[in-house]
Design a protein around this ligand. Structure first.
Ligand SMILES: NC(=O)c1ccc[n+]([C@@H]2O[C@H](COP(=O)([O-])OP(=O)(O)OC[C@H]3O[C@@H](n4cnc5c(N)ncnc54)[C@H](OP(=O)(O)O)[C@@H]3O)[C@@H](O)[C@H]2O)c1
Length: 263
């Protein structure tokens, strides 16, 4: 399938590790020029160097910023857009949530995480929007999470962070549609990044079992019986960014092995 992504230009946040890193690799493989946003300069630069070596002729560079230092964002966006010569695609990946029940999460953790997602996502999209409006194939892809629509007491913070991201996705799709920009969300289930290792560890401790047993326990809730891979998320991001997805906007797609109970 021809995806029409060659020589497109993308910003991706959260590229130092996990899902963002895998999305960067998948986009590079499709011939996309990339600005790899992140606050871990060394890791983002190492990824940029690896991708430049694999895909010579494509622009790929790291862009330092930190969502906890909002003043760092606009200069980073403007400089990256100038270096790429425009922006067609924005993938908002950076984020996470402090794990715990209501009484276990201190106020400063609520504030710290919300500053990255959704507030960082809002700021990143606002600063990138003028460039996206100039594209003939504008795309915004937001990483949400299945807990947004199916909250759990033990992951209290994941609910509002990811539901807020879904709501923003819909409202942004309404606002940006007249400029030909599509906006969609991907909602991963438990994905094999450092967050999965953390979840397996907590489950093992809580249940007094080995990590192997904890993994089996967690995967019993997934009809397909498998942990989600960052590559599976990246495949969907590539499709949503492609010319083939030009009429899909304002929606959210779960990648969760069937775990979410609602339709
Ligand atoms: N993994 C899952 O099971 C899962 C499930 C549902 C939803 N999601 C969502 O998917 C996205 C990626 O998750 P992941 O598992 O890949 O997470 P991860 O491995 O923890 O990576 C998070 C990324 O966000 C970046 N980030 C955090 N704080 C930042 C800040 N202040 N400024 C700039 N960048 C910052 C991190 O940079 P540093 O390396 O500098 O910390 C890292 O690159 C998140 O939005 C998450 O909510 C993940």
């Amino acid at each position: 399938m021809e995806l029409g992504l060659k020589n497109r230009k993308a910003f991706i946040t959260g590229t130092s590790r996990g899902i963002g890193l895998e999305i960067a690799k998948a986009f590079a493989a499709e011939g996309v020029h990339l600005a790899l946003f992140g606050r871990d300069k060394a890791r983002c630069e190492a990824l940029a160097a690896e991708l430049r070596a694999q895909h010579p002729g494509q622009k790929t560079f790291a862009v330092w910023h930190d969502f906890h230092k909002p003043e760092s964002l606009k200069p980073a966006v403007d400089q990256a857009a100038a270096e790429l010569g425009g922006v067609d695609i924005l993938v908002n990946v950076a984020g996470g949530a402090y794990r715990g029940r209501l009484g276990e999460i201190p106020d400063d953790e609520w504030e710290r995480y919300f500053r990255v997602k959704p507030l960082g996502l809002i700021r990143m999209t606002r600063e990138t929007l003028p460039y996206l409006k100039q594209s003939d194939q504008g795309r915004v892809i937001n990483l949400s999470g299945t807990r947004g629509r199916e909250p759990e007491a033990h992951s209290m913070m994941s609910g509002p962070i990811n539901l807020g991201t879904l709501s923003l996705t819909k409202a942004m799709a309404n606002e940006f549609g007249p400029y030909g920009i599509t906006v969609n969300a991907i909602a991963p289930g438990s994905t094999a990044t450092r967050r999965w290792t953390e979840l397996v560890g907590i489950t093992a401790r809580e249940r007094g079992v080995s990590t192997g047993e904890a993994e089996k326990h967690l995967l019993r809730e997934v009809p397909l019986g498998k942990v989600i891979t960052p590559e599976a998320i990246a495949d969907l991001a590539v499709f949503l960014a492609s010319a083939r997805a030009s009429l899909i906007s304002g929606t959210a797609i779960n990648v969760d092995g069937g775990r979410t109970r609602g339709i």
